[in-house]
Ligand binder design. Structure first.
Ligand code: G3P
Ligand code: CA
Length: 255
């Protein structure tokens, strides 16, 4: 990711999740149709070792079932309905999402993958993720700018593990504290970008210049309010994650 004077790239947060059920194929297809430059997903590990795109620890909020993702097998998850308003949708695996993004031939979009996992898994999630990226041939990009995958985490350890195992992959250290993101943590773990919430950025707009001075881009989430989109453009944010990719693309084109 490079920081320059262009408008921020638009990342569809959990897909076009304001219009379609989050983390479903329908949400990601709509995001790509609406012109998103990238898509964001959260990944969790199932009991039988598959990476699936689910935000919460449980499936209660987003599916017809209940229970912890980590205690269910992929087959059990596949029996649940992740759709809304009578349109059924299946759980999406990371592998299925990568396939969709790489097969989207009209333009090269990026995949922003956020690891969500309990500490008890150790490096298992990162190792599985890297194996998956290797399987698709996207773990060793020619440069960060050309990478099709970006790995993100609130956990500094997760970013550090990815950096150590796959030094060419861009990474984002996510956080809500300006002191943390503006301090030495990103340098210590080798993150190529910092990821403040939009609330943090509103209160500490200097974070963007601080990051740029250290050679890092800024990825801001979750930027849905048009005023916040304009703020990010004015500040030189590199990437904005939004639940409204189409509307945000249109706004940025008009800026
Ligand atoms: O893109 C980063 C953002 O998604 C972090 O917050 O809770 O939506 O995963 P959350
Ligand atoms: Ca996320």
């Amino acid at each position: 990711m490079s920081q320059d004077s262009r408008a921020p790239f638009v990342v569809a947060h959990r897909g076009a999740s304001a219009a379609r059920p989050e983390h479903t194929l329908a949400a990601y297809e709509l995001a790509l149709e609406e012109g998103a430059d990238g898509v964001e997903c959260d990944i969790r590990l199932t009991r039988d070792g598959h990476l699936v795109c689910v935000h919460d620890r449980t499936v209660d909020r987003t599916s017809s079932g209940t229970g912890l993702v980590s205690e269910m097998t992929l087959d059990e998850l596949r029996e649940l309905d992740f759709g809304v308003d009578g349109a059924p949708a299946a759980v999406l695996t990371l592998s299925e999402l990568i396939t969709l993004v790489l097969d989207w031939r009209s333009r090269p979009t990026k995949l922003f993958i956020e690891t969500k996992h309990p500490v008890r898994y150790g490096a298992l999630v990162e190792n599985k993720l890297l194996a998956e990226l290797q399987r698709f041939g996207i773990a060793t990009p020619a440069s960060a700018d050309h990478s099709r995958a970006v790995v993100m985490s609130f956990a500094a350890t997760a970013v550090w593990r990815i950096r150590r195992a796959a030094p060419l992959l861009p990474t984002v250290l996510l956080g809500e504290s300006s002191r943390y993101l503006g301090g030495s943590a990103a340098t210590t773990v080798g993150a190529t970008a910092v990821g403040p919430s939009v609330k943090t950025l509103r209160e500490h707009p200097d974070l963007v210049d601080k990051a740029a001075a250290a050679g890092r881009a800024t990825y801001c989430w979750t930027v849905d309010d048009p005023d916040d989109v304009r703020l990010c453009a004015d500040l030189g944010v590199g990437w904005v994650a939004t639940n409204h990719p189409g509307r945000t693309k249109a706004l940025l084109t008009a800026v």
